[in-house]
Design a protein around this ligand. Structure first.
Ligand SMILES: [Zn+2]
Ligand SMILES: [Zn+2]
Length: 164
């Protein structure tokens, strides 16, 4: 997901809009399941804000995670507002910090780009990860699996409960 900014690079306040329909790999972030892809559809805008390029817009994102209770796949839709800064990579980015100084304020988080291209893939991926729920539930009322016979209690009734 590369955005070319040659046309807005020079003039402050210029912007361009674009749409993205793509998939984002979330490998290793969504559990051991194979469903590690998010399908995204985004309406975004990149603005020359002087010191940085500002990416803003709206992204809808669809995943297919496994419910932690019933272990069935379900569709999870997220709607995410995007606001990210991209700064031109400095040649000598390493010598910014004074010796002995520990890493302090990272309140000013931003991504970097070089030349006339901005790769927004990582920014979108990070936004998805930040918006993922801490655990996946197909429904807040999901009944899960029976602890004795393993049946999916959303779909079937079993006899085990009587013995509890
Ligand atoms: Zn469930
Ligand atoms: Zn049972």
């Amino acid at each position: 997901m590369i955005i070319y900014i040659e046309d807005i690079k020079r003039d402050l306040g210029t912007q361009k809009s674009f749409c993205i329909n793509d998939t984002v790999e979330l490998s290793g972030e969504i559990g051991a399941d194979k469903n590690t892809k998010a399908t995204i559809s985004a309406n975004l805008k990149i603005t020359n804000a002087g010191k940085f390029m500002l990416l803003t817009g709206q992204m809808s994102c669809t995943l297919n995670p496994v419910c932690c209770r019933c272990l069935e796949n379900f569709e999870l839709n997220l709607s995410i507002d995007i606001t990210e800064e991209f700064r031109l990579k400095k040649q000598s980015a390493k010598e910014k910090r004074k010796p002995g100084e520990t890493s302090t304020s990272n309140d000013d988080f931003f991504f970097e780009y070089s030349g006339s291209q901005i790769d927004i893939s990582e920014a979108l991926r990070q936004n998805i990860l930040l918006n993922l729920p801490s655990r996946y539930l197909c429904d807040s009322a999901c009944k899960g699996l029976c602890g004795s016979c393993g049946i999916n209690k959303n779909l079937y009734a079993c006899q085990c409960e009587k013995t509890d």
